[in-house]
Every structure is written in structure tokens, then in C-alpha cells.
Design a protein around this ligand. Structure first.
Ligand code: NAP
Length: 559
């Protein structure tokens, strides 16, 4: 006997939480299934030391409730994982979400019951839930990638993954710690691990471009100014390609009468927020080599990201890359270590920009060793550490910071079968095919929040999530009002959209042949090389979604 609801939501991260709130408000009976023991998604699982967000918290927050906006205090401009998880918990409590969420419930199959026009989700304990609609709120970076390395099972020490970090305190004191991977997770964790461990060995394959993160505490005046302007800020987000307002709090910067001693630099969030090339006005090609070096020396590596041509012109890109390398050489005491840390095989802008706190300084510590896995390849993991071609590294604890099966991983892992029992894995064997990143032909009434082909990870996720959930909520209301039973895209609309997604990505730094990023699926062996997010910009995408609705759900079949 199955439980029956109107909507099944898979996942209780920010997408699932908002979808529950939104659909419940529409009078729908909602059942949320969540593998974790509590809410928070990404911020529930990624508890590794140093984890924090790369979008300013005042923007990376829900815009659906004015009361919530007014009552929540963010301690830092870019919040750390514990503070974001606190926020998720607060949202769950404030809107009484937990009563409709089944925790510790992992979905292992999702089947379309064609005769009844229902979706059935089956959990690993055999429990089944049925509903007319199924909303996959499973996240873009939620299936950790743990490469199969020779001898991995022999290791007798503790093994951890940054994306599955334990809730309990991990005591690293006196431990010899190894970490594999220097993407965003590794770069954030490495300085913190170095402080805690007796010795840290970093096993690096591809070096990374990383720029210092904004580490400012939140100032009460700035937060208040955001609160005073939140409606306008939310509107600005809707018109920005990256879903961020880039709002500049002027009043609190220019008139702090009572706080004259407070540093008076303008509050700039722009450094790291998602941006399009159009929003960057300058060109690095116009500067002399001396001017470039001076600029970076005085204002930091992040300055290289402010030039428009770095992202549009290969020559300008290489100038920025070389300026970057020169700056890193100056930061690292040991020239051999410096040389290993320099990215040389791809350019700035090909991958998700990494932000750090003291990453390069960490390699000047005596208790940190850098192993270049290209120079001295990993031969095998042993009972007591890692054997490379150059020697054995003794370890008590091994951490994988090896990323995720991004964008499609969680959807494929859910074993979704649509009409005629077609597995999604079959439909997507050459790469994800979806209309607007919202729906797939052959899978009626099943929606994906921030699915492949939508701005998703190239946008402020909270903005992308709210837009998708609102679109789905309105769609369900429309179907109900019109007495319709189902919606799914036409094959041609889907194919045209995928072609458009590919076309806008073509010629960008993201898709240069030298670029191997998780955006392209290049981090997972055998995964089709396709640029998965929509790079055309959030605002244009949102307008397109609205236009499609205004045209009577153009490209969809409603029945
Ligand atoms: P990632 O960017 O995919 O980096 C994975 C790292 O593991 C790379 O250095 C990779 O090297 C290495 N690796 C993978 N397989 C390996 C193998 N078999 N042997 C040796 N090294 C191997 O993953 P991530 O660092 O978890 O970041 C993923 C995304 O999550 C980010 O881009 C970001 O969107 C998000 N994230 C965001 C934040 C933040 O908000 N600040 C923090 C963490 C994560 P290769 O490059 O050579 O493959």
C-alpha cells in the first residue's frame, strides 16, 4: 500500500524546502523524501573545515518572505557552512517544514505509472509514495565523486570525503593527513587542515586558479541598508545575468557618524559574485606588463577577474594567466613548490572560480608537503598511506576532495523511468536532454529544479531555485484550473533548447578544448562531454520561461 500525495519532492535542501513551502501554500498535499537526517542539502553534507559560500549571504538567501529577510542576521559577508546550515534550520522551523519531510529516506527508484498518470517513489527500505507530480530537488552537486584508486581498500586509517563530512567532530591533532584534490573544496579545506593536523600532504593533480575570498565581518549598517532595500534588490537580481543585485550600500559607507573608526573602504561584493563578461568594463590588453604586475601586487589576484577581455579573448586570457603565475611565484618561498602550483594547461574562466583564505601561504609552512601527481604519479594506496613513483607518504587519515558527479549525477542515481518504462539513463546516454532544464519529454509531470540546461550553477542558486519552483508551482495551478492532467515538453522543443544551450556556450572560455571542468562532465570518466548549465544569463532565461507561459506553455504538450 503506497502513501498518496499531490506532489513528491525529492530532497530537502534549499530547493526542496522552498518547494514544500510554496506548494503547501497552494493547498497541495506534499511529501518530501530526504536521505539526510535533517534539512540543508549541500550545507548539510559539506561540513568540512573551511567550507563556505562564494556568493554574498545577503544575496544567497531566500527572497520569498519579507519577514525572514528582516529577522535574519548574517555574521559575515560570505558565510561559512555552519551559519548557512543555521539559516536552513531556522527556515525549517519558522515555516514548520519538517512535519512533511521524511528524513533518513533515500529514494532508489522513481517510476511513472502510466495507467494512473502517477509517479511512484520507492525508498531503500521498500516504502512507496505516489503522487501526480514529482519534483526532483536533488541539487547540482550532491553526488560525491570518489575515484577508484589502486589499493584504496587496503588503507587502514580513516577515509573521509569533503562532500560527506561527518557530523561528529573530526580530531586531526597529532595526525598525518593526506588530501587528494585542489578544487574549491580542497582549496578551502587545505589551510584549515594544515592548522589542525600534525602534517598535511596535498596530492594535487591539476593546479588551480584561486583568488582571495572576501573575509569581511558583516557590519550592522550594511545589513540594515540591505533590509531597507530588499524589494529593489530582489528585483535587481531578476535582471542580472548571475542572479545577484550587486547592490552597493552607500548610506552605511558614506555616513557612519558614530563609527568614524570603522574602516571606510567601499563595500564591494562584486569580486566573486557570478557575473557575465558584459558586466566587466575593462580590458587587460590596454595595460602594460608593469601596470598589470603593479595592479595585482597592490589589489590582489582577484583584479584579474575584473577584465572583460580575459573571458572573451584568448590572447588577453593568456596575459592574465601569466600575470597570475608571476604573482604566485612571488608568494611561495620554495621556487620548486611554486612551479608545481602554477596552472599551465588551461586558462582563467574555464572552471568555476575558486576562492580561498590563505591557500598559497599554507604551502610556505614546514608541516605541509605538496605532491604533484603528474610529476610523481600515485602508484597505489597502501595500508599506511600513499605510494607515488617518488616514495611513500605515511598517513593516518585520507581525505578525498575529488568533487561531484555534477548536474546529472543525482537525477540518474534516482533510477527514474518514464513512459514505456524508459530509463532516464537511456534517454541521456549521450548527455542530458531537457527543455529549459525543467522537464523531459517522456516524463510527464516530473520536474527538475535547476536541472541541466538551466542557469543553475552559473547563477545565484537561491534565485535560480525560487524561479524554478515558482514556475513549477504556477504550472501545477494552471493544470488544476484548466482541468488538465499532465504536461511534458515536445521532442522538438527539447531538442531545440539543447541546441540553443550548446550554441550559447560555444566560443566561451568554458568550452575551449583545453578546458576540462565538471560543467562539461570532464571529471567523471565516461561521462559525455557536454556543457550542462545554460550560459545565456539568468535574466534572459527567466524572460524566456515567462514568455513560454504567456504563449500558452509553448513547446509543451498539455493534456
Ligand atoms: P572539483 O572542482 O571537481 O575538484 C576536484 C579535485 O579533485 C580536482 O583538483 C581534481 O583534479 C581532483 N581529482 C579528481 N579525481 C582525482 C584523481 N583520480 N586523482 C587525483 N586527483 C583527482 O570538486 P570540488 O572542489 O568539490 O568543487 C566542485 C564544485 O562545488 C565547485 O566548483 C563549486 O561549484 C562547488 N563548491 C563551492 C564552494 C564554494 O562555494 N566556495 C566550495 C566547495 C565546492 P583534476 O582537476 O586534475 O581532475
Amino acid at each position: 500500500m503506497s502513501d498518496r500525495g499531490d506532489v513528491i519532492i525529492v530532497g530537502a535542501g534549499f530547493a526542496g524546502m522552498y518547494a514544500l513551502y510554496r506548494f503547501r501554500g497552494q493547498g497541495l498535499n506534499v511529501i518530501v523524501l530526504e536521505a539526510g537526517s535533517d534539512v540543508g542539502g549541500t550545507w548539510y553534507w559539506n561540513r568540512y573545515p573551511g567550507a563556505r559560500c562564494d556568493v554574498p549571504s545577503l544575496e544567497y538567501s531566500f527572497g520569498f518572505s519579507e519577514e525572514l529577510e528582516q529577522e535574519w542576521d548574517w555574521p559575515e559577508v560570505f558565510s561559512a557552512q555552519p551559519d548557512i546550515l543555521k539559516y536552513a534550520n531556522h527556515v525549517a522551523e519558522r515555516f514548520d517544514l519538517r512535519r512533511d519531510i521524511r528524513f533518513n529516506t533515500r529514494v532508489v527508484a522513481i517510476d511513472y505509472l502510466e495507467d494512473d498518470n502517477l509517479w511512484r517513489a520507492t525508498t531503500e527500505t521498500g516504502e512507496a509514495v505516489e503522487a501526480r507530480f514529482c519534483v526532483m530537488a536533488t541539487g547540482c552537486l550532491s553526488v560525491p565523486n570518489k575515484p577508484t584508486l589502486p589499493g584504496a581498500d587496503d588503507f587502514q586509517g580513516t577515509v573521509l570525503h569533503t562532500g560527506l563530512w561527518p557530523k561528529e567532530e573530526v580530531d586531526l591533532s597529532g595526525k598525518r593527513v593526506g588530501i587528494i584534490g585542489t578544487g574549491s573544496s580542497g582549496v578551502q579545506a587545505i589551510p584549515e587542515l594544515a592548522k589542525q593536523a600534525q602534517h598535511l600532504t596535498v596530492f594535487q593533480r591539476t593546479p588551480v586558479y584561486t583568488v582571495p575570498a572576501n573575509r569581511k565581518r558583516m557590519r550592522a549598517e550594511v545589513q540594515q541598508e540591505f533590509r531597507d532595500h530588499y524589494r529593489a534588490i530582489r528585483d535587481m537580481q531578476q535582471h542580472n545575468p548571475g542572479g545577484v543585485s550587486n547592490f552597493r550600500p552607500f548610506r552605511s559607507v558614506q555616513q557612519p557618524q558614530a563609527t568614524q573608526t570603522v574602516a571606510r573602504e567601499p563595500v564591494s561584493f562584486q569580486q566573486t559574485a557570478p557575473q557575465s563578461a558584459e558586466s566587466r568594463p575593462n580590458e587587460i590588453m590596454r595595460l602594460t606588463p608593469e601596470e598589470r604586475t603593479k595592479l595585482v601586487a597592490e589589489r590582489g589576484l582577484g583584479m584579474l577577474l575584473t577584465f572583460r577581455d580575459v573571458f572573451t579573448n584568448a590572447e588577453a586570457n593568456e596575459i592574465a594567466n601569466e600575470t597570475y603565475r608571476e604573482a604566485v611565484r612571488n608568494m611561495i618561498d620554495d621556487p620548486e613548490v611554486a612551479e608545481r602550483l602554477l596552472p599551465k594547461t588551461y586558462g582563467i574562466g574555464c572552471k568555476r572560480q575558486v576562492l580561498d583564505r590563505d591557500f598559497y601561504d599554507t604551502f610556505n609552512r614546514d608541516d605541509v608537503t605538496l605532491v604533484d601527481l603528474f610529476e610523481t604519479p600515485l602508484e597505489t594506496i597502501t595500508a599506511t598511506g600513499i605510494q607515488t613513483s617518488e616514495g611513500h607518504h605515511d598517513l593516518d587519515l585520507l581525505i578525498y576532495a575529488t568533487g561531484f558527479d555534477a548536474m546529472t549525477g543525482a537525477l540518474l542515481k534516482a533510477n527514474i523511468r518514464g513512459r514505456d518504462r524508459q530509463p532516464l539513463s537511456d534517454k541521456w546516454r549521450h548527455g542530458p536532454v531537457a527543455y529549459l532544464g525543467l522537464q523531459m519529454q517522456g516524463f510527464p509531470n516530473l520536474f527538475t529544479v535547476t536541472g541541466p540546461g538551466s542557469p543553475s550553477v552559473l547563477c545565484n542558486m537561491l534565485v535560480a531555485i525560487e524561479q524554478h519552483v515558482n514556475w513549477i508551482g504556477e504550472c501545477i495551478d494552471y493544470l488544476r484550473d484548466q482541468g488538465l492532467q499532465s504536461i511534458e515538453p515536445t521532442a522538438s522543443a527539447e531538442t531545440d533548447w539543447v541546441a540553443h544551450v550548446n550554441q550559447v556556450a560555444e566560443g566561451t572560455m568554458y568550452t575551449t578544448p583545453s578546458c576540462n571542468s565538471w560543467y562539461l562532465g570532464a571529471n567523471i570518466s565516461g561521462k559525455p562531454r557536454i556543457f550542462m548549465p545554460y550560459v545565456g544569463g539568468y535574466s534572459k532565461y527567466r524572460e524566456r520561461c515567462e514568455q513560454i507561459v504567456a504563449n500558452g506553455y509553448e513547446g509543451f504538450t498539455l493534456s
